[in-house]
Design a protein around this ligand. Structure first.
Ligand code: PMP
Length: 426
């Protein structure tokens, strides 16, 4: 039997160094919110494969749907021979997506492909090149997507600073001293200094920044962006790759706002562990691209579409969106109790929405001086004690929780006990 150490040594010798790793652990099997490594040690999974497992590892309904599809066929390429699971998934997403009026969808494989294609659709349909994104944003690692991403280290190191016609404005985060007014003033500077609004195709925004630190876009910002988009014929793209499918206590995080995006990027928890992404959008916008302009050999794989249809059923049958709010309250209450504890590392700024919960580790209680080193130690202590945990944030000091929404109360509390232990030891 291979040990974690054996596999790490083989990985180090065989796998590109550029693929990072949070833990030196190799998984052997997983179920719901628990994972067992190759040495038989059990972990509670607060990472959910980075927001992919809202319905948990190996949900029986998802597995059964994929197995049934596997017995029929695994690939035809949708552009060659179409199949019902793709069409049915588009129908279901069109009906529930936060798009005003008729919607249409298309599918890909990764989140980066979803953001790349949303931008591509916007450019083709508007005939304009400009794209506005935000500092701290994460939209993927491919060449265009990484340019949209608003964080240099580690994603853009060694790359050209930007591709043409992509601009970043500061994402408003009160805790980091950036106001909505500053964001909008900066946008106005860009419109005056770099690109006329008539040359901007789209503004792309995560309603809650994921990798950037679980900061929610204030409703006033979203309203202002919608107004600016409407005024200048710019399209608003919501990147819901991390926020979608119940994580924020709504099916889509855009439901927290009273404005609608024109295009929505989805991936991750859409297919419960199978690789699938998509763009859902206004039918008149999506249909602005001629046949052949969109797609991909594996895009919208039938196994992944079957999984996604089952995920949508599970979210509904198990009332996981309500559950996200219950989990969120439980986690927030527990973390708030840590804010005044002297025996733990100082924590600050616990935030939601729903079960998209994060907090920061700071140098001194009651202040906001991020402690990236302590955060790194906590993540390490956590996995050593049996909790898979992720950090994030532009200050590298945010602990984020993306536990499956199917996790039992007992497993959640056990995971929080381990997190508390890591904060005590850190
Ligand atoms: N957008 C957002 C908001 C994401 O969180 C991510 C992945 N963390 C992506 C896009 C890129 O997805 P992928 O890694 O599947 O390309």
């Amino acid at each position: 039997m291979s040990t974690n150490a054996d596999l790490l040594a083989r990985r180090t010798a065989a796998v590109a160094r550029g693929v990072g790793h949070t833990t030196p652990v190799s998984a052997a099997r997983a179920l719901n919110a628990e994972v067992w490594d190759v040495e038989g040690k059990r972990y509670i999974d607060f990472a959910g494969g980075i927001a992919v497992l809202n319905t948990g590892h190996c949900h029986p309904k998802v597995m059964a749907a994929v197995q049934a599809q596997m017995e029929r066929f695994t690939h035809t390429c949708f552009q060659v021979l179409m199949y019902e699971p793709y069409i049915a998934l588009a129908e279901r997403l069109n009906a529930i997506a936060p798009i005003r009026g008729a919607a249409k969808s298309l599918f890909f494989t990764t989140g980066a492909e979803a953001t790349e294609n949303a931008v591509k659709i916007a450019r083709i349909v508007t005939g304009r090149p400009g794209i506005i994104a935000f500092t701290g944003a994460f939209h993927g690692r491919t060449n265009l997507a990484v340019t949209l991403t608003g964080k240099v280290m580690p994603y853009k190191k060694g790359l050209p600073a930007t591709l043409p016609d992509i601009f970043h404005v500061p994402f408003p985060v009160a805790q980091l001293g950036v106001s909505i007014e500053e964001t909008l003033r900066h946008l106005d500077f860009i419109f005056k200094a770099d690109v006329a609004p008539e040359n901007v195709a789209a503004i792309i925004i995560e309603p809650v920044q994921g990798e950037g630190g679980f900061h929610m876009a204030p409703p006033a910002l979203m309203r202002a962006l919608r107004r600016i988009c409407d005024e200048h014929g710019i399209l608003l793209i919501a990147d819901e790759v991390q926020t979608g499918f119940g994580r924020t206590g709504k099916m889509f995080a855009m439901e927290h706002y009273d404005v609608h995006p024109d295009l929505v990027c989805v991936a991750k928890s859409l297919a419960g562990g199978f690789p699938l992404s998509g763009v859902i959008g206004r039918a008149d916008v999506i249909d602005g691209v001629d046949p052949g302009g969109l797609g991909g050999t594996y895009a919208g794989n039938p196994l992944a579409c079957a999984a996604a249809l089952a995920v949508l059923d599970v979210l509904k049958e198990e009332k996981l969106i309500d559950r996200a709010n219950v989990i969120g309250d439980m986690l927030v209450n527990r973390i708030k109790g840590w804010e005044t504890r002297n025996d733990l590392l100082p924590v600050s700024a616990v935030r939601g929405p729903g079960a998209m919960i994060a907090f920061d580790i700071v140098k001194d209680r009651g202040t906001f001086e991020p402690d990236a080193e302590a955060t790194r130690r906590v993540v390490q202590k956590a996995w050593q004690s049996g909790l898979v945990l992720l950090s994030c944030g532009t200050t590298f000091s945010t602990i984020r929780i993306l536990v499956p929404l199917t996790a039992s109360d007992a497993v959640l509390q056990e995971g929080m006990d381990l997190l508390e232990g890591a904060l005590a030891a850190g």
